[in-house]
Write a protein that binds this ligand. Structure first.
Ligand SMILES: [Zn+2]
Length: 74
């Protein structure tokens, strides 16, 4: 049995995700709102379209006001 439930690699990945979450990408809240408006058990695609100049497209922090579109698949 392993000492940690996650491997070292997984813990490092999780730490990187947490760092990004702390940077508070401004578009995450509207994406969560869009997700909450969908019926439970449905399968949907939430498309986030950033402006071409947005630093997010190069791995940075979003500075634009992206278009958020929700499409229900099932
Ligand atoms: Zn953006």
């Amino acid at each position: 049995m392993r000492e940690h439930p996650l491997s070292r690699r997984e813990r490092r990945q999780l730490a990187r995700v947490a760092i990004k979450a702390r940077r508070r990408q401004s578009y995450i809240a509207p994406v969560i709102e869009a997700g909450q408006s969908l019926p439970s058990g449905s399968l949907s695609i939430i498309e986030v379209r950033h402006d071409t100049w947005c630093p997010k497209l190069a791995g940075g922090i979003c500075r634009c006001e992206p278009e958020i579109e929700t499409r229900m698949v099932v």
